[in-house]
Design a binder for this molecule. Sequence first.
Ligand code: SAH
Ligand code: SF4
Ligand code: F3S
Length: 440
Amino acid sequence: MNDNLKENKNIFIKSYGCQMNVYDSNRIKDLFENKGYKIVNKIEDANLAVLNTCHIREKAAEKVYSDIGRIKKIKEKKTDKNFKLVVAGCVAQAEGEEIQKRSPFVDFVVGPQSYHKLPDMIDHSSTKINDEFLQNEKFKNLLFKSSNNVSEFVSIQEGCDKFCSFCVVPYTRGAEFSRPVEDVLNEIKNYSSNKIKEIILLGQNVNAYHGKGNDGKTKDLAYLINKISEIDQIKRIRYMTSHPIDMSDTLIAIHGQNPKLMPFLHLPIQSGSDKILKLMNRKHTVDEYIDVINKIKASRSDIALSSDFIVGFPGETDEDFENTMRFVEKIKFVIAYSFMYSPRPGTPSQKKDNIDITTKKARLSALQSLLKQQQVKFNKSFVDHEMEILFEKTGRHENQYVGRTIYNQSAFISHSNNLINKIIKVKVSRSTDFALECQL
Ligand code: SAH
Ligand code: SF4
Ligand code: F3S
């Protein structure tokens, strides 16, 4: 390593995209803190910057290139000429060579399954690009430093074998891989020495989890959740994101049996039209999705449901879109995320994009307003009721604390005592569009 970096070890990390990237950024932070680096919040103060990028939609990828352009200017102004820029994450995996061509001053490019090699790459300046799929080796070499968080993400599964025709994830994250049960438990036990009360299990297809147990046999997500719930200090468990075809009966059953498993399920469907679901290669129909929902409601009647939607997928007619709207009206999601279809390089549906932007925008706006109405109505239904909140952090105002309900709604309260890390029953006094105001 050059002397300047040795003396002046300040690292700036920016995370784009999903929670799995947030988790990975935390691991990158752990790796570099272990080498004596300090985290800084401003790129101007850093001599090493890591952009942990997302490739899911065109806008996400473009943002990275515009940030790289901005950083180039900052780099040129720096007196420390040894400033290094790393592009990590899913754009790095998908467009490693292109990044180096378009932006030659990017020093290192590292994919989501090989970022454990980053400290070495920087020390020796030998390899500029690493896009190997080294899931097993990666998890063995990561550090899981104890944090001060009340709630902690834990990646238990990575990659995807589903190949939805619109999606880059199988290419950027590789094949499905599950961490062994013991490794996951050890990571959580490591966190539980601190404040931690909630674990959010992550995976691109988290409910396809099939990790090795101590007896050498494969264990499913239900088994893992039950094992985690034996850790006294952990009071709340969540998991995301799930695919409808992997919602097994055992997983559905524990929603009714395990009180630490929160009554919230993020289950993307993408479209309410069977024709579009088939074109998307989602491997299930609308009715099959509804069957899963009915089973889960039978297991846990108050389950709060969330989903993802894509509008303007190639071939989506007005009627297909109407089917999505009718479907949403029927299911009543408590929250949902919706996006305009974005053609992605290398995916089967990339070349088929045929819905004009005006139609896409109109459909997105109609869907989002319906989803918002449902969310607002759901939140309003709790006004004057008591709810248990896990308070996680301070809010924007003085003496304000922010946390989550069991249904994953955001909630806030003003109080003179520090409520962080407490699970408290409070009364909901008001609901804003996206959060609940509470009183003790
Ligand atoms: N593994 C999850 C989600 C992965 S990506 C699942 O199975 O659903 C998160 C969301 O981004 C997807 O659910 C989808 O709604 C959206 N998305 C993915 N690719 C997209 C694309 N090409 N255009 C628009 N939205 C997309
Ligand atoms: Fe992408 Fe489909 Fe896999 Fe989800 S299930 S990550 S949408 S390919
Ligand atoms: Fe984006 Fe990669 Fe996550 S493409 S959504 S950062 S898995």
